[in-house]
Design a protein around this ligand. Structure first.
Ligand code: PMP
Length: 404
């Protein structure tokens, strides 16, 4: 059974007030709140285990190393990767994409080669490739979408050319909530012998992901969006691909032997992990993944689906409401505008009522251009949100509308 009151008790911040009103936190697409077990993991490890990993003979270092490597195994299991060699710890989605864009462009692309992205990408999956376009002369091609916010698969197929080297697309849009058919996108790319990177920043917290079943070549996500700490994220890459890519940064941990004449690199995944890793963060991330696994990703998906359907129904009944993103497959994100009310004004006034939403372009300016708008108000849900909170949001919007 989905015990929502017990779940909410696990997140102390949810019982605080802002401006004297109970907090209604609907900005989960930006970052999620942390359950007690995650916060306690951080303090416990600092208080009782803290030592640098991988290089100490002493007890604490070995204990910290064991925790860090056990966390890698937790991540492996969570996304069903073949081996922990395929799990690279990074600072987050952004760093994971930059790592792949940079090393892939350097080793696998020539001037004139092409990368396919989609119109609904977050800036991190656009600008990372544009930096390589500027350095290497590679070309970006863009999958268009229909007015419901669904990618056009026919148009996608047409983008492939003999120069296509990689496809890099988001699993779930952080603005429209569209759950892209990544299995089909991958299948089509593979039919052209092209690998695929999936940006899982907005999917990992909301639905079960099996990288082997998807046959994704790279899958990336951030810890902080899945109830884990900030500053840690994951790059999953098939071993065959990670082996082909050169190191991203140089330093300790990532080497085997160093001399001034020649340096040899460490085995996977350490080849990509230069410097002291965030071993406190990896343990806390594993706690977060254990937490959601105990509830069950299928249960979370079903619960959030119900919440989103309820919210869509209630929001649509508000006169002047415009919702952006009505895909058949839609996750727990709703972007909207009401009448002529500016998204910033709506967000600021909702905030005064204790309701935290996001406003603006959501790091997806090209998508805003496609929609012909400057920004939206975005409500994004998590496993701890409730229908009562959605009622509060709806009442808040109605109150703001009356003020204009
Ligand atoms: N991709 C998507 C789809 C996102 O929603 C986000 C975060 N808003 C990112 C990438 C970047 O994640 P981070 O800032 O944690 O690196």
């Amino acid at each position: 059974m989905y015990d929502i009151s017990k779940i909410r008790e696990d997140f102390p911040i949810l019982s605080r007030t802002v401006y004297g009103k109970p907090l209604v936190y609907l900005d989960n697409g930006a970052t999620t709140q942390k359950p007690r077990c995650v916060v306690e993991s951080i303090t416990d490890e600092y208080y009782s285990v803290n030592a640098n990993v991988h290089r100490g003979v002493h007890f604490l270092s070995q204990q910290a190393t064991n925790l860090h490597e056990a966390s890698r195994e937790t991540v492996r299991k969570f996304i069903n990767a073949r081996s922990t060699s395929e799990i690279v710890f990074t600072r987050g989605t952004t760093e994971s994409i930059n790592l792949v864009a940079s090393t892939f462009a350097d080793s696998q692309m020539q001037a004139g080669d092409e990368v396919i992205v989609s119109v609904m990408e977050h800036h991190s999956n656009i600008v990372s490739w544009q930096l390589q376009a500027a350095r290497k002369g590679i070309v970006l091609k863009v999958i268009p979408m229909n007015d419901r916010g669904e990618l056009l698969l026919d148009e996608y197929e047409k983008l492939f050319s003999p120069r296509t080297r990689i496809v890099s697309v988001t699993h779930v849009s952080n603005v429209l909530g569209t759950v892209n058919p990544v299995d089909k996108l991958i299948e089509i790319a593979h039919a052209h012998n092209v690998p695929v990177l999936i940006d899982g920043a907005q999917s990992i917290p909301h639905l079960p992901v099996d990288v082997q079943k998807l046959d994704a070549d790279f899958y990336v996500f951030s810890g902080h969006k899945v109830y884990g700490p900030t500053g840690i994220g994951v790059l999953y890459g098939k071993e065959t691909w990670l082996d082909k890519l050169p190191p991203y940064q140089g330093g300790g941990e990532m080497i085997k032997n160093v001399s001034f004449e020649k340096t040899t690199f460490n085995e996977l995944p350490f080849k990509f992990e230069a410097g002291t890793p965030d071993y406190i963060g990896s343990t806390a991330l594993a706690k977060a993944l254990d937490y959601v696994s105990a509830i069950g990703m299928e249960n979370i998906e079903a619960y959030e689906h119900e919440l989103t359907s309820y919210a869509m129904e209630r929001l649509k009944a508000i006169p002047g409401m415009r919702i952006f993103g009505e895909a058949e497959q839609k996750g727990a994100v709703i972007s909207f505008l009401v009448g002529n009310i500016h998204h910033f004004d709506m967000g600021t006034l909702l905030d005064r009522l204790g309701i935290a939403v996001r406003t603006g372009h959501h790091c997806a300016e090209p998508l805003m251009h496609r929609l012909g708008i400057e920004g939206t108000v975005r409500a994004s849900f998590a496993l701890y949100n409730t229908k009562e909170e959605i009622d509060t949001l709806v009442a808040g919007i109605e109150r703001v509308v009356k003020m204009f």
